[in-house]
Write a protein that binds this ligand. Structure first.
Ligand code: SF4
Length: 707
């Protein structure tokens, strides 16, 4: 088959879509054009398999909408004028300097992504902190992973997923919280199925929808949206009441048990059932399964993270695992399934609160160490924590921020409350959009557009959900006149005074060497890795120090072991009481349905790529809404007819798909489509992580007359 496609060369890479981190090879023909993709057989993660997105990933290189030249304009009401790179970058640098001189150093903000390479995140962090001199810099990962980061830090003293996919092969019980693996992470689901074929263990899925995962689970818990913490407290209540907690582990490894035990006293299954909607006998059954299992693990995705209780939901999962002694042993873990291919890269190497190698911006010793390493005055460093993406947009509304640079992210489609985001972007004095596709919706409001290369037009690494650093080699040069994101960062840096002082290596492998030095002795130690070794081993899990190379080890499957200490000064994890306060927008008479949103297997985020690939787009070319047939019947709504969905923010017209997947009081709309579900979402924020609650808004439905 590959001979038919004319493949003459295969190049090693890592899939640029989701955080599973599949090793992939891209086949190019004699003209150097990508014409095929295939999974890499010897890779630990995917063992030769790819999902629908990976199989057709070679088509993204030349998909419709690839941007070929930089473009500029003075106002957003004019047409863009194609221009040269020097003109675009000069204009960008002078706009940043003008805005900072007029309104202050922090009046220009940057929002990046989880899609670019780790060497690029590191370089962007250096540019933003060391050259532009602001900390109003965040990743769009605040929309998907911030609650996991916050929850890990609160429980264990540091971010960093403790487990790995191999844990499926050792566990005796698994709870999946708000995660639809078969659609969102199909290859991780395949790994789970493989483990289940070898050894049966109970799989419990907590999700208000009857997802494909829920359908295939042993027990489905159709929870009331936003009440996971209540269920977690009730499970711990039963575990303690029935003496199923692991006292030895608790005494040796945790603080705060008595306070937690006191709090969960309030969550007996009878009372909890009334709030979380799961009957009390089922709560007891699940608690016993988890408490009695020799090794038990929990995984979760956006159903936990995208909530006003997102951070608490993660802490609740950690509480459950710590009380049952399930952190640090094979098959016993809290594993957050990340979203984007390199969401972990932003966490390790830069974000609004972090400096490279999980250093903290708030710590003077960390700032001084990085300033010395980069060769700049520590006084230049922004010292206070910056704004998250979700706080940057309100700061534009109030006039605190006047300029914004978006790197491979598309808030016009991805942020909650689209009507408000549109007005916000229109207020900016300067918006720079850096993206591979000129038709990304946010570019409608940009003054400067910079065309960027996509994943395998560059070389560098991603970190996946299980801390595995994997490599992408360059398959081809960036499209037309576009440049790699790192080239763009480096060339912008030269236009600032500090940018002439700080070293910005041009080769990704040299940047990686710099990162290795900074990682030595840190939790995310990568000092034993090199691009070549990573390719040879098909990915290596951090921490991976030079000593591990000497011992010929493959990487660290687990972050903590039964004897290794957590990251708080006394080496113990924290058990944290979680009182539940209901603070969602709850359905009422005017807006009687819960609105839930999520992914489809064939699409990726805002469809800038998959919306143009025939084999992906043909399955779901238009937005739709899942609605329960009984609720639809009461309202005279028929299958595949159009309805208007209204919230307090706006409205959207979508096709109704009648299905038992959603309960009577809920509708579900995929989040991939422009001017659709996020016209309706409220996006209240989690107080710790500032992550929005995309899945808990209230809406009304009306039939649209089609005659
Ligand atoms: Fe790519 Fe994720 Fe599919 Fe693997 S599961 S091929 S990483 S999109």
């Amino acid at each position: 088959k590959m001979a038919d496609k004319g493949v003459v060369k295969w190049t090693y890479s890592t899939c640029g879509y989701c955080s599973t981190g599949c090793s992939i090879e891209i086949g190019t023909n004699a003209q150097g054009q990508p014409v095929a993709s295939r999974g890499v057989g010897g890779a630990d993660v995917n063992r030769g398999k790819l999902c629908l997105k990976g199989i057709f990933e070679y088509e993204v290189f030349e998909a419709t909408g690839r941007a070929s030249r930089p473009m500029v304009r003075d106002t957003i009401h004019e047409a863009y004028a194609p221009t040269h790179w020097d003109t675009a970058l000069d204009k960008m640098a002078s706009e940043i300097k003008r805005i900072q001189a007029k309104y202050g150093q922090d009046s220009f903000a940057i929002v990046s992504t989880g899609q670019i390479l780790t060497e690029e995140f590191y370089t962007l962090g250096k540019l933003v902190r060391g050259v532009i001199g602001t900390n109003n810099y965040d990743g769009n990962t605040t929309l998907c992973m911030a609650s996991a980061v916050s929850g890990y830090k609160r429980s264990f003293g540091s971010d960093g997923p403790p487990g790995c996919y191999e844990d499926f092969e050792h566990t005796d019980c698994l709870i999946a919280w708000g995660s639809n693996l078969p659609e969102q992470h199909p290859i991780i689901y395949w790994r789970l199925k493989e483990a289940l074929e070898k050894r049966k263990f109970p799989v419990i899925v907590v999700d208000p929808r009857v997802t494909i995962f829920a359908q295939n689970a042993d027990i489905h818990l159709p929870i009331t949206p936003g009440t996971d913490v209540v269920l977690q407290n009730a499970l711990i209540h039963v575990i303690i009441k029935e003496g199923l907690e692991d006292r030895d582990y608790i005494n040796a490894n945790t603080n705060g048990f008595d306070e937690l035990a006191k709090e969960v006293e309030n969550y007996d299954p009878t009372s909890a059932a009334k709030i979380c909607g799961i009957d009390e006998d089922t709560i007891r059954t699940v608690a016993r399964l988890y408490g009695k299992a020799k090794r038990a693990m929990s995984i979760w995705t956006m159903g936990i993270n995208q909530s006003t209780h997102g951070s608490d939901g993660v802490v609740g999962i950690n509480n459950l695992n710590l009380v049952t002694g399930n952190i640090g042993k094979p098959g016993g873990t809290s594993l957050s399934i990340t979203g984007q291919c390199n969401a972990m890269g932003t966490r390790e190497w830069s974000s609004c609160s972090g400096l490279p190698g999980y250093r903290a911006l708030e710590k003077p010793e960390d700032r001084e160490e990085i300033a010395k390493f980069w060769g700049i005055d520590p006084e230049f460093f922004p010292k206070k924590r910056g704004l998250t993406e979700t706080d940057i947009f309100p700061a534009i509304e109030t006039g605190e921020i006047k300029g914004l640079w978006l790197v491979a992210t598309n808030p016009m489609t991805s942020m909650a409350n689209t009507p408000r985001i549109r007005k916000t972007l229109e207020k900016l004095e300067c918006l720079v959009v850096q993206d591979a596709y000129y038709d990304v919706e946010s570019s409608q409001y940009a003054h400067i557009f910079l065309p960027a290369g996509i994943w395998a037009e560059k070389e560098g690494v991603f970190t996946n959900t299980e801390r595995r650093v994997n490599l992408t080699r360059q398959v081809k040069q960036p499209y037309a006149e576009s440049k790699s994101d790192m080239q763009i960062f480096n060339e912008l840096a030269k236009r600032f005074d500090n940018g002439k002082v700080i070293r910005f290596p041009e080769r990704p492998a040299d940047v990686f060497e710099e990162m290795k030095q900074l990682s030595k002795g840190r939790l995310c130690d990568i000092s034993g890795m090199s691009h070549d070794l990573i390719e040879q081993k098909r990915g290596i899990q951090w921490p991976y120090s030079e000593e591990k190379v000497a011992d010929n080890e493959n990487g660290s499957q687990r972050l903590y072991t039964e004897t290794a200490t957590f990251c708080y000064p006394d080496g113990k994890a924290k058990l944290i009481p979680l009182p539940f306060i209901n603070n969602n927008e709850i359905p009422d008479e005017q807006f009687p349905f819960w609105l839930n949103s999520g992914r489809l297997v064939e699409h990726w985020h805002t469809r800038t790529k998959t919306g143009k690939i025939g084999n992906n787009n043909k399955f779901s070319p238009i937005p739709f809404m899942e609605m329960n047939p009984d609720a639809a019947d009461e309202m005279g709504i028929k299958h595949q007819t159009y309805v208007r969905v209204t919230s307090r923010r706006g409205d959207a017209v979508v096709m109704a798909m009648l299905t038992q997947r959603v309960p009577r009081n809920m509708v579900f709309i995929p989040f991939h489509f422009f001017d659709c579900v996020n016209r309706l979402t409220l996006g209240l924020l989690d107080p710790y992580s500032r992550q929005p609650a995309f899945k808990q808004s209230a809406v009304a439905i009306e039939h649209v007359d089609q005659d």
